[in-house]
Structure formats: C-alpha cells, structure tokens
Design a protein around this ligand. Structure first.
Ligand SMILES: Cc1cc2nc3c(=O)[nH]c(=O)nc-3n(C[C@H](O)[C@H](O)[C@H](O)COP(=O)(O)O)c2cc1C
Length: 180
C-alpha cells in the first residue's frame, strides 16, 4: 500500500516533516509513505486560472496514485498553515476531486504544549467538504516536539515511536477499510 505524505511546514528543519519521516519508518512492512515535497511551488488559489498549474497537477496525480494520505500540520495562529489550506483548496476543485473519499490520517507536533491540536481540528473540518474519511485514533498531537528528535530530525523518544507504530497500523487499516 502506498500512502502520500504531505507536510504543512515548508521549513527545512521542520519538526512536522521529521514526524512524517517517523511515520514512514514505523509503518507495517507492506506499506510505504512517499512524500509530496512541492507545496511551496503551488501558486495562490485563483478560480480565474483555467486548468491546473503544473505543481497542482502533480499534487492531484500523487493523490490519485495513493491509497491514503497522511498530513502533518503545524499550528499557525490556531489553525493550519496557509500553504496547506491553499493546496487543499486547489485539490478540491473542480469535481471530481482526488480528495473525494480519500482516507486521511492527521498528525502534528509543536514546540509548545498544544501539539497542533487546534490546527488538527480545523483540518478535520476542512476535509468534511471532500468527504475524506479521517482516522480518529490514535491522535498524534505531540507537544514539546523539539525534545523528541535529535539535530538530524531522527525521533529519539521510544514511547513516541511506539505511538507512531500504532498510528501506522491504524492508518493502513483505515485506508483498507475505505479502499475505492
Ligand atoms: C506563523 C506562526 C504561527 C504559529 N502559531 C502557533 C500557534 O497558534 N500555536 C502553537 O502551538 N504554535 C504556533 N507556532 C509555533 C509552531 O507550532 C512551531 O514553530 C512548530 O515547530 C512549527 O512546525 P515545524 O517545526 O514543522 O515548522 C507558530 C509558528 C509560526 C511560524
């Protein structure tokens, strides 16, 4: 099974990207996570534009090819980063959108105590429109994330890694349950 990883942070040393790498490392053996790394190339959504700009077409193709999507979102001002919302706006239009019915898992971390909680609940709300079933449990809301990764972004905290393993297994089962 192939899952698509999307990180809402464009930062090179993003903790949320490191979290997605930990998802990839702890997935069951028959599943793989491929990253979509072009969020920063997607132009601001404008419905005057006819057709999809190339990075948007690439995103839609990657969404179509994947059996599920794992989105890692930081919390920016109590919500998801604009680049992530912008990409989801593009992906949602026109119908039929490759997001429609696509199983999604949400993970996130923060340097503070929120663990990206408010952003994640906004993201669940956004995905209601495309009827994308979102995995409910286990929730991956990681506070004080800087204490759980080393300088190279490798997860060093074993209890968090165990949680990621549970998430990976649940995510694969979720994608299988909702297979098109
Ligand atoms: C524009 C901006 C807004 C932020 N707003 C919040 C916030 O509302 N709540 C929070 O817990 N952290 C907030 N943060 C801190 C981020 O959660 C923290 O920088 C996190 O590490 C970013 O994710 P990244 O490491 O994947 O880039 C904000 C950071 C930025 C740059």
């Amino acid at each position: 099974m192939t899952l698509l990883g999307i990180c809402g942070s464009l930062r090179k040393k993003s903790l949320n990207r490191a979290l997605l790498r930990a998802v990839a490392e702890t997935l069951p053996a028959d599943a793989a996570l491929v990253m979509f790394e072009r969020l920063g190339e997607i132009p601001p959504f404008n419905s005057d534009v006819e057709g999809d700009p190339e990075p948007v077409a690439a995103l839609k193709e990657a969404l179509r090819a994947a059996e599920g999507v794992v989105i890692a979102t930081p919390e920016y001002n109590y919500s998801v980063p604009g680049v992530l919302k912008n990409a989801l706006d593009w992906a949602s239009r026109p119908q039929p959108s490759p997001l429609r019915g696509k199983p999604v898992g949400i993970v996130g971390c923060s340097v503070g105590m929120s663990g990206s909680m408010r952003a994640q609940y906004h993201l669940r709300q956004i995905l209601v429109y495309s009827d994308s079933p979102t995995l409910n449990q286990p929730e991956i809301l990681i506070p004080r994330a800087q204490e759980r990764f080393d300088q190279d972004g490798r997860m060093t905290d074993e209890s968090t890694r165990d949680l990621m393993r549970k998430f990976g297994a649940a995510m694969v089962a979720h994608a299988q349950r909702h297979a098109a």
